[in-house]
Design a protein around this ligand. Structure first.
Ligand code: 5GP
Ligand code: ZN
Length: 120
């Protein structure tokens, strides 16, 4: 389960102490819908372990590649892999990070299940 930080909202979601609309879980990460989606698909992929930012990933820790692999699986399951999506991580205040528990955003302008080309 990783370390739980009692004041961290994503640790609470990982622990099941705070509700979230889960889409994917495995040994290392959980993924759920963003509470304030900016597009028809907006998923957050979150390591179970509390790592504050991208800058804090320990050397030789494979979590980032695992998050990327999870994103591709989730995009496939939601039916937006072919149409396309953005995959990004905000880092620290200047990078727009608001929640200081590492997470990647998976954002697609395509509707779930359609895999249509996005309107540009
Ligand atoms: P950041 O700017 O840190 O990269 O993104 C944090 C994201 O977490 C925001 O898009 C925000 O809407 C989302 N968020 C913050 N608190 C919660 C929550 O309690 N539940 C869910 N599902 N999303 C949250
Ligand atoms: Zn945390």
């Amino acid at each position: 389960m990783g370390n739980h930080f009692s004041n961290c909202i994503f640790c609470k979601i990982v622990a099941g102490w705070h509700p979230a609309r889960m889409v994917y879980e495995d040994d290392l990460v959980v993924a759920f819908w963003d509470a304030k989606p900016v597009a028809p698909v907006h998923i957050l992929i979150v390591p179970r372990e509390h790592i504050p930012t991208l800058n804090d990933i320990p050397v030789e820790n494979v979590i980032l590649s695992h998050i990327g692999q999870a994103a591709a699986i989730i995009a496939g399951e939601l039916g937006v892999a072919q149409a396309g999506y953005r995959f990004f991580i905000n880092v620290n205040q200047g990078g727009g990070q608001v929640v200081f528990h590492l997470h990647a955003h998976l954002v697609s302008r395509s509707n779930p299940g359609t895999d249509n080309a996005p309107d540009v």
